[in-house]
Write a protein that binds this ligand. Structure first.
Ligand SMILES: NC(=O)c1ccc[n+]([C@@H]2O[C@H](COP(=O)([O-])OP(=O)(O)OC[C@H]3O[C@@H](n4cnc5c(N)ncnc54)[C@H](O)[C@@H]3O)[C@@H](O)[C@H]2O)c1
Length: 318
């Protein structure tokens, strides 16, 4: 078992494909397990990582993928709040049963170090922000409930089987390789590229905490390397509260469009009203310190979306 060998589930997705590049720069030997339901091999084409196409619920494939692995970073999930309201069964099956299988196969293989990708806003629900590790989780979507169940299994496995498991509660992550995502940044940027109205669900006063992908990946690696004992839930956030309307305005500025039409539609069930996170504990435990401004994060993301759009248009022509 080599200390630098790790299994990354969901490594072909938005966060995973960015993370694997940083892990490889740090000489980690990464095995990716992904069923390609949302991610793509194109996103990891420049990586050395060994790829296993499998589902996290498949006991045999997960057991095989864990051979000789020192730790696991478990990102693979059904990732959408809104879709979890439409398909709670599928969300439960992937996020709860899938996470249980990952933990159970870790137990059987003797893998003692796990990072679990959890969530800030959706797990805590409608609590006055900022949310931190002392906030009482009261999820209002099946997605939030599934992540809370995942954390509960992380906690019990850490205690019952002497494992080190850190649940990182991500804020809303933004950055390149997020074309397939359902969040506001992706939706607004695609609308501008397609000359369509920006659609906001609600009156635009709902708030979120947007964390740039580089800052998030640094935090994940810092937490992995810290290998905290037992079970520790930790929020990774920017600490800044941004309304959805001001996000739309910032994206219009970055895209160089002014007075862009914004359409308001009714709020969607499952989405929290106000949210931002407090990352004090992450700073204290492993020096987490996000450093990218929202404007810079949006500029980098916009440039990537423009490039991606060009590639898609060119492929359509050929
Ligand atoms: N993106 C965010 O803003 C955000 C915020 C909070 C938490 N998270 C969590 O971070 C993790 C990664 O999110 P992301 O934004 O990269 O999502 P993503 O959808 O881009 O990536 C998830 C990856 O997991 C794979 N996958 C899905 N179901 C699978 C299954 N049953 N078996 C194997 N692979 C499967 C997909 O193909 C995809 O490549 C998820 O656990 C998500 O819940 C993300």
């Amino acid at each position: 078992m080599h200390k630098n060998k790790l299994l990354l589930t969901g490594g072909c997705g938005f966060i995973g494909s960015n993370l694997v590049k940083k892990l490889e720069q740090k000489n980690y030997d990464v095995i990716i397990l992904d069923n390609l339901s949302k991610g793509s091999l194109d996103y990891i084409k420049d990586c050395k990582a060994r790829f296993i196409e499998a589902d996290i619920r498949d006991q045999k494939s997960v057991a095989e993928a864990m051979q000789g692995v020192y730790g696991v970073i478990h990102l693979a999930a059904f990732g959408s709040v809104v879709e979890s309201v439409e398909s709670p069964e599928e969300n439960f099956d992937i996020n709860v049963r899938g996470t249980f299988n990952i933990l159970n196969q870790c137990r059987k293989a003797g893998v003692q170090q796990v990072i679990f990708a959890s969530t800030g806003g959706a797990l805590i629900g409608n609590t006055p922000p900022p949310v931190n590790e002392n906030s009482l989780p009261q999820p209002i979507s099946p997605y939030g409930s599934g992540k809370l169940c995942g954390e509960a299994y992380c906690c019990s496995f850490a205690h019952a089987y002497d494992m080190n498991i850190t649940a990182l509660r991500f804020a809303n992550v933004i950055g390149p390789v997020s074309w397939h995502k359902k969040g506001a940044v992706t939706a607004f940027m695609k609308s501008i590229l397609n000359n369509q109205n920006i659609t906001i669900y609600g009156d635009g006063t709902a708030t979120r905490d947007f964390l740039f992908i580089d800052d998030l990946c640094n935090g994940i690696i810092q937490a992995y390397e810290k290998n905290l004992p037992g079970f520790t839930p930790v929020h990774l956030a920017s600490g800044k509260e941004v309304s959805v309307r001001s996000l739309a305005q910032s994206i219009c500025e970055v895209a160089g469009v002014s007075n862009y039409p914004i359409e308001l539609l009714p709020r969607r069930p499952g989405e929290v009203e106000k949210n931002f996170g407090d990352y004090t504990l992450a700073r204290q435990l492993f020096d987490f310190q996000p450093s990218t401004s929202l404007k810079k994060a949006l500029s980098i993301t916009w440039e990537w979306f423009k490039d991606q759009n060009r590639i898609i248009q060119k492929n359509k022509e050929n």
